[in-house]
Design a binder for this molecule. Structure first.
Ligand code: SAM
Ligand code: SF4
Ligand code: SF4
Length: 380
């Protein structure tokens, strides 16, 4: 199943120290990078650990018992995450997504959700808080997550067939448990719920129509199924273009089983192209991360488990925000929120990442050619 697994060069410690400007202007609620893109969406990785070993993300051969996950002392505390989130919100972030690794493995993640749910935008609105999970612990945790203030959840599910699913998670985890997790999430009111399926040609592409049928029949409009092109993230999954099934092929196969019609994008920066079943059976989406770059309006930043800020999923280096959250200025005093905000503002203002657009244009890999960080570390 895994083709060529590439040994991991540890890039987790490669980070730039942020510059703190001398005169820190207060955040104005909107930032623009060099390509005029605002910052609206912050993805926060709360753990680098996972109980699955999906070959496209954490191949077993690399993430084995000798792999050193981050020590507890390196992780941002809930207070540090909440402080960082508050500063990002002052810069215009309106959406927070908790991810990982497997976010439900972070002890007491509900307490973090509670703290984040109390934040408000500069105009007093609550934030759109969501979480991406492999669903393995959802049946047990759905109610507590909802009670803590989580609004929505995205569940990753790559196959309906139990044997294919067990092979893809590579820890022999049964699909039924994830399906029950989705039931529990809907019962708890975590809706609308999204299911994401990463499609690998030759591995699970024969599961597209069966999974779509199951979602329609079991959950109807309450669940939106989305198909994601297998991406060349990280440096260990041995990615090959011939294993990418282009989204247009997904739409073609689906529409042969269930006629579809296109829907308009729901929000600027929306990554999914949306479709509706003509018979009123609900909505599906395709995310063409490889064949149709959406860098032009990418408004997302990622905060790693240990507080490094990444401006692109394909970046090699982060910016060490934890150094500001924990450290002190030249006179030994802790950095203030205004100073941390000003440093983040500078970082975003200088951003010009657009990896997928350059890949699509067949240009050489941007940047210095350094290897990219792993997805389980910065979050998807
Ligand atoms: N463990 C959680 C999960 O699987 O939902 C959250 C973290 S996971 C890194 C976030 C998302 O990234 C998942 O939906 C996963 O399928 C997706 N992902 C990981 N590696 C990928 C790849 N190479 N191509 C496309 N999507 C990928
Ligand atoms: Fe774990 Fe999610 Fe990566 Fe799979 S995709 S290995 S569930 S972090
Ligand atoms: Fe955003 Fe980077 Fe993905 Fe482009 S490649 S959409 S800049 S995360």
């Amino acid at each position: 199943m895994v083709n060529t697994v590439i040994p991991l060069a540890d890039l987790r410690y490669a980070a730039q120290a942020p510059r703190v400007p001398q005169h820190a202007a207060p955040p104005m609620g909107v930032l623009a990078d060099r390509l005029g893109r605002p910052l609206r969406d912050l993805r926060i990785s709360v753990t680098d650990r996972c109980n699955f070993r999906c070959s496209y993300c954490m191949p077993k051969e690399v993430f084995d018992s000798s792999y050193k996950f981050l020590p507890q002392s390196s992780l941002l505390s809930f207070e540090e995450i909440t402080r960082a989130a508050r500063i990002f919100v002052a810069h215009g972030v309106v959406k927070l997504r908790l991810t990982g690794g497997e976010p439900l493995l972070r002890k007491n993640v509900e307490a973090l959700i509670g703290q984040l749910a109390a934040l408000r935008t500069p105009s007093g609105e609550p934030l759109d808080i969501t979480l991406t999970t492999n669903g393995s612990l959802l049946e047990r945790k759905a109610r507590a997550l909802r009670e803590a203030g989580l609004r929505r959840v995205t569940v990753s599910l790559d196959a309906l067939d139990d044997a294919v699913f067990r092979r893809m998670n590579d820890v022999d985890f049964p699909v039924e448990q994830v399906l029950r997790g989705v039931d529990a999430a809907l019962q708890a009111g975590l809706a609308p719920l999204k299911i994401n399926m990463v499609v690998k040609r030759g591995t699970n592409d024969h599961e597209i129509v069966p999974l779509a049928r199951h979602v329609r029949e079991r959950w109807g409009k309450a669940v939106v199924l989305r198909f994601i092109e297998y991406m060349d993230v990280g440096a260990t999954n041995g990615w090959r273009m011939d294993e990418v099934l282009p989204s247009r092929e997904v739409v073609h196969r689906l529409s042969e089983a269930f006629p579809l019609e296109p829907l308009a994008a729901s929000a600027p920066g929306e990554t999914a192209e949306r479709w509706r079943y003509r018979d009123g059976g609900g909505e599906v989406g395709v995310i063409s991360s490889v064949t149709q770059a959406f860098c032009g309006d990418c408004n997302r930043a990622r905060l790693s488990t240990e507080g490094k800020l990444f401006l692109c999923l394909f970046a090699s280096r982060g910016h060490d925000l934890r150094a500001l959250l924990r450290g002190t200025g030249p006179e030994g005093q802790p950095w203030t929120d205004a100073q941390v905000a000003a440093a983040i503002g500078l970082i975003w203002n200088e951003r010009e990442d657009r990896y997928s657009a350059l890949r699509g244009a067949d240009q050489a890999e941007p940047g210095s050619g350094e290897r990219r960080v792993e997805m389980h570390y910065i979050g998807g």
